[in-house]
Design a protein. Structure first.
Length: 263
C-alpha cells in the first residue's frame, strides 16, 4: 500500500495547495492512506472545526494537530469525535486522543500516533512526558490491532527526531517529523524497516519565512521581538511530504519518495 504523509499545512495558501494538488497525487501514485499535519492551518495557528471538515473532504484520513492544538476552541469537540490527534505524550490527558486506528481505502487498519518533542518545545498550558517512554507501553496495545503504525513527532530539535527514529526502528512503519516547516533531504528506510524523515516540510506559502510574510518576519527580528504582528504569506504555495510504500502484512516500509509539488 502507498501512504502519503503531508507536512504542516500553513494558512489559506496551504489549504489551497491541499485542495488542488492532493487529488492529483492520490490518482498519480495510487495512494491508499493520507496523514496530514494541520498545526498551522487556521491563519498560522491551530485548526478550526470548519477547516478540519474541509480537509477531510480531500481524502485526508487522519489529522495531527501539533502544539497549537489548543489555539482554536471550535476544534475541541472534534478532538473527541474525529480522527484529529493532539500529542499523545501530554501529561494531562483531559481532552482528545493521541492515537487512533483508521481503515485505509483498501480496508487495511492503519494506526497513527502523534507525539511532541520536549527540546525547545512548549504547548499552551500543557506539559509533556518523554515521547520515547510514551511509546513503550503504547506499542503493545497498538500491535493487537495492526502492524502498520505511523508516528508523527512534532518537534524542534533534529537530534530528538532522529533519536526517536532509531529507537523505534523495526517497531513502527515510519517516524516522520513535523513543526520546523523546512523539508529535509534525509528520507530513508532504517535497517530494520522503518521509514524516516526528519521533517516533512511545509504545505503552504514558500515565498515567506516558514509561512510568515517576509516583511512582517523581518520587522519581528529587527525589533528584538517587540513587533508582534502576525501575517501569513500568500505566494509560492506548494505541498510537501513523504510517500511511503508499505508491506501490509509486516508493516515494514519498502520505498520512500520525497514529495514537493507547487501550485
Amino acid at each position: 500500500m502507498n501512504i502519503l504523509c503531508i507536512g504542516d499545512i500553513f494558512g489559506e495558501p496551504g489549504r489551497q495547495a491541499v485542495f488542488q494538488l492532493l487529488p492529483r497525487l492520490i490518482h498519480q501514485y495510487g495512494i491508499d492512506f493520507v496523514l496530514a499535519n494541520a498545526d498551522n492551518a487556521a491563519g498560522g495557528k491551530g485548526v478550526t472545526d470548519k477547516i478540519a471538515e474541509e480537509l477531510f473532504k480531500t481524502q485526508i484520513d487522519v489529522i495531527t494537530a501539533g502544539n497549537h492544538v489548543w489555539e482554536q476552541e471550535s476544534i475541541f469537540p472534534q478532538l473527541e469525535s474525529h480522527p484529529i490527534l493532539r500529542p499523545y505524550n501530554l501529561v494531562e490527558k483531559d481532552r482528545g486522543k493521541g492515537w487512533c486506528v483508521v481503515s485505509s481505502k483498501k480496508g487495511h487498519p492503519v494506526a497513527v500516533v502523534h507525539l511532541q518533542g520536549r527540546v525547545f518545545m512548549e504547548t499552551k498550558g500543557h506539559k509533556t512526558s518523554s515521547p520515547f517512554k510514551a511509546m513503550d507501553a503504547l506499542l503493545k496495545e497498538i500491535r493487537k490491532e495492526t502492524p502498520i503504525i505511523l508516528v508523527d513527532i512534532h518537534a524542534e530539535a533534529s537530534a530528538e527526531k532522529k533519536a526517536l527514529g532509531w529507537y523505534l526502528d523495526g517497531q513502527v512503519t515510519c517516524v516522520v517529523g513535523t513543526h520546523t516547516h523546512v523539508q529535509t533531504a534525509d528520507e530513508e528506510i532504517l535497517p530494520k524497516g522503518t521509514a524516516y524523515m526528519t521533517d516533512l516540510g511545509m504545505t503552504g506559502p514558500h515565498h515567506s519565512v516558514i509561512g510568515l510574510d517576509v516583511e512582517t518576519a523581518l520587522k519581528r527580528f529587527l525589533s528584538d521581538g517587540e513587533f508582534k504582528k502576525f501575517k501569513v504569506a500568500s505566494e509560492g504555495a506548494r505541498l510537501e511530504g513523504l510517500l511511503i510504500g508499505v508491506d501490509e502484512e509486516s508493516g515494514r516500509a519498502r520505498q520512500v519518495t520525497r514529495i514537493r509539488k507547487s501550485l
